[in-house]
Write a protein that binds this ligand. Structure first.
Ligand code: COA
Length: 364
């Protein structure tokens, strides 16, 4: 028997995160995703996923904390990663940010996990600048990772935007056995190195069914234009045989819990007058898509997934849509590396079987 897409099959035991598709919950080492997202520092997600616990006081608190030490180490790693921007000059001229990132990162040889996280951020920011005809900006090791990533892309220090980006990165840092994480684990299981595992995972994340959806979500919001147009627009898309991006999920049978976390961040940004005014339209399109899809696929709840409000949030903090999937990688690389370590510790190469259904040699 074959389970298409390995649906419902456990392929590893993990202590990293628990995804409950029926209840619509995600906990990272027992910490609800909303609580992790409130930390807003990727350093805290790293501490939780790699070291096993959140650092005590928040990075914004006083005194030297484990989080601040991590932040300093990660800042130093970004500085060490900076020469990669020169070495990856050709790769960074790629039109697609994921192609640029994949090419640039594959030049790394022998990097530790912090250097891999740092390199992803530095390369993504450099590509984001170059595609706009701007010079890449050197890292500032004094800033926390999300704030520096925000600054290296936008060229400005904007604490509210940086914090919103940090909340996004924490929200997407880890999510069970998704396609890119599985890819990373397969590569790690052969004894290969973490850089190779991450480069392979980038390839999986790039696909529109996985990490490539938020750009098209923004295209959809722009094409819909007004709340009144939402239902007819979605009906026309489905009639043309196209999927509605940002809706549906392989595991969740209710709304993706990360959608609520990101929607709340955008709500706060709009209340503070930082974001534009896309939220009302986004909510109207989500509601319309939910009801049209319910008629289209009765018995199957197709609700908003993480990508839906990712598009609205990243747009609100000034990120170009071409950066959406590369920014996803900036957060998810933390989860990939945690899974790589866990897989290596388990020591078993992943090697399933295929059911042969092709021709056989004629009987003698
Ligand atoms: N728009 C239209 N139809 C959809 C849909 C969507 N967004 N999501 C699922 N469906 C349809 C499927 O085509 C399938 O129809 P079928 O039985 O006629 O083949 C049915 O609903 C059930 O699909 P399901 O098994 O729940 O989903 P999946 O595991 O095949 O796919 C996704 C999951 C995420 C790939 C899918 O929902 C999708 O393509 N969403 C849009 C892309 C996206 O937002 N990706 C980001 C994921 S975080």
């Amino acid at each position: 028997m074959i389970e298409a897409g390995l649906e419902g099959i456990n392929v590893a035991a993990t202590e990293l995160s628990e995804v409950d598709g029926a209840q619509g919950t995600l906990c990272v080492r027992g910490v609800p995703v909303a609580e992790l997202a409130r930390r807003a520092h990727l350093e805290d997600a790293i501490a939780l996923l790699w070291d096993g616990a959140l650092p005590g006081p928040d990075l914004d608190g006083s005194g030297a904390t484990a989080g601040q030490e991590r932040s300093q180490r990660l800042g130093a790693a970004r500085v060490r990663a900076w020469p990669l921007v020169q070495r990856a000059h050709e790769a960074l001229s790629a039109v697609d940010g994921m192609v640029a990132l994949r090419g640039g990162l594959s030049l790394l040889d022998g990097a530790d996990d912090e250097e891999i996280v740092a390199s992803v951020a530095v390369l993504v920011a450099a590509w984001g600048r170059r595609r706009r005809g701007l010079e890449p900006l050197e890292p500032d090791p004094a800033l926390d990772h999300a704030a520096d990533l925000h600054r290296m892309i936008t060229g400005i220090r904007e604490p509210a935007g940086a914090r919103a980006l940090g909340r996004y990165l924490c929200t997407v840092a880890e999510h069970g056995m998704n396609a890119s994480t599985f890819t990373a684990r397969v590569v790690a299981s052969t004894g290969s190195d973490p850089v190779s595992a991450v480069v392979a995972a980038l390839g999986a994340l790039k696909g529109p069914l996985h990490g490539g959806a938020p750009g098209p979500v923004l295209d959809m919001l722009e094409a819909v234009g007004t709340p009144e147009q939402a239902v007819p627009w979605i009906e026309a898309e489905l009639a043309a045989g196209r999927r509605i991006m940002g809706m549906g999920h392989r595991v969740y049978r209710v709304r993706d819990p990360r959608a609520a976390v990101l929607e709340e961040v955008v709500t706060q940004l709009e209340a503070a007058g930082i974001a534009g005014d896309r939220l009302a339209l986004a909510r109207a399109v989500e509601a319309a898509a939910g009801s049209v899809l319910a008629r289209h696929k009765p018995g199957r709840t197709l609700a908003a997934n993480v990508e839906f409000y990712t598009a609205v949030l990243l747009d609100a903090v000034g990120m170009d849509r071409a950066l959406f999937t590369p920014l996803f990688a900036c957060g998810r690389v933390v989860g990939w590396l945690a899974h790589v370590a866990e897989q290596r510790a388990s020591g078993r190469m992943i090697r399933p079987k295929a059911l042969y259904v092709g021709p056989r040699p004629p009987a003698a």
